[in-house]
Design a protein around this ligand. Structure first.
Ligand SMILES: [Zn+2]
Length: 371
């Protein structure tokens, strides 16, 4: 991965590049950032920059043999270590194929995603065991294959068990030209001896604008949809990916049915729909409601601006037009505010089922008064 493929984080990239060029890159770095931030991406881009045979002032070339091997996670001098579910006898290398497949596709996953791929038995929790630590020591004490430098990218050092003194000692007194990149999420769970032996690179969570751009690039989402999902992702690319990949296509239809049920005072239908919405789960429900808000917003704009071009998929346009001609402006505005408030409460763990049913009653009341 090149630096240019890592979203945002420009000032951190600049500092890292400057220290490589000045030949004063710390031999042990701790990339610490929340879930779904660019910490693993940064560590990968930095490693590639260090090994690249033709780097520019701002990035690795992406084309030389080293770059290609690092991109495919097959460079013989760049080692990866990560929690695994192989029990006391397992090592990370037992899972290297799954690791390569996941990391080349997505660098924002969390430990739960990873464990779900590797654990055959759900009760097995991932860890970095003593056998893995010994394996790391062996790998790093061997002569390097290609260049002079050897690297270890250690993902989630939080999962190192107590007996990792040998590794700590190695980090403290590393062999010549050996680089450690530790990629961690939770500083409280890290051994103090790790934080004291590494240089900290704090990786902030992503902004909404960066998340929106990421979604547009990766999934070719339209900007409005990307904005909604970015808002709900709270700067977590992993959450954004999960939202996009699990979003139902029928939300617009479901929203329309719900509005019609409220309008026609069909409480039986309202109750059934409230059940289905509740079953979506908290995050999807927020997305569903946010999507509904954009339908109301478009209705308001269509109502007030002459020849307004509705920003929505074709299938939704008729509904938006109908909505805006059936209901008056203050009714739509009021409904918008009420839905918005429920999103706020659901984010803060309100009982979703009750909140949705109450909201339905409020909307029904708005619509009756409108008639
Ligand atoms: Zn290169």
């Amino acid at each position: 991965m090149q630096f240019s493929q890592v979203y945002g984080l420009e000032s951190i990239k600049k500092k890292l590049i400057a220290s490589v060029k000045a030949n004063r890159l710390a031999h042990a770095l701790l990339f610490l950032g929340p879930e779904g931030s660019g910490k693993l991406a940064l560590a990968s881009a930095l490693t590639q920059y260090v090994y690249c045979s033709n780097p520019s002032d701002t990035d690795s070339c992406g084309e030389c043999s080293s770059c290609r091997k690092i991109t495919s996670l097959t460079h013989p001098d760049v080692h990866y270590s990560f929690p695994h579910t192989g029990g006391a006898d397992g090592i990370s290398d037992d899972f290297i194929l799954q690791w390569r497949e996941l990391v080349t596709k997505n660098k924002y996953f969390n430990i739960t995603n990873w464990a779900a791929i590797t654990a055959k038995d759900e009760n097995k929790s991932p860890n970095l065991n003593i056998k893995e630590v010994r394996k790391i020591l062996t790998k790093l004490s061997l002569k390097s294959y290609e260049g002079e430098a050897k690297s270890l990218i250690l993902w989630m050092p939080e999962y190192l068990q107590g007996q990792s003194n040998a590794l700590l000692k190695l980090i403290e007194e590393p062999p010549q030209k050996t680089y450690f990149s530790l990629v961690a999420e939770n500083s409280d769970a890290l051994l103090a001896t790790i934080t004291s032996r590494t240089q900290l690179i704090k990786v902030p969570k992503y902004t909404e604008a960066e998340t929106q751009q990421f979604l547009i690039d990766k999934y070719a989402l339209d900007p409005q949809k990307a904005e909604q999902i970015a808002y709900l992702s709270e700067g977590n690319f992993n959450k954004a990916v999960e939202l996009v990949e699990s979003v139902e296509d029928n939300y617009a239809e479901m929203f329309r049915d719900w509005m019609l049920a409220c309008y026609s005072n069909n409480l039986g239908k309202v109750s059934t729909l409230a059940d289905s919405m509740h079953k979506l789960g908290r995050v999807q429900l927020q997305y569903f409601l946010t999507n509904g808000l954009s339908i109301l917003r478009e209705s308001m704009l269509y109502q007030t601006i002459d020849n307004y071009q509705i920003k929505a998929e074709k299938g939704q346009q008729d509904f938006i037009k109908k909505f805006s001609t059936t209901l008056n402006a203050s009714c739509i505005e009021k409904s918008y505010a009420q839905i918005n408030e429920v999103i706020y409460h659901i984010q803060r763990n309100a009982n979703a089922k009750i909140a949705i049913f109450n909201l339905s009653l409020q909307l029904r009341y708005n619509f009756i008064r409108n008639k």
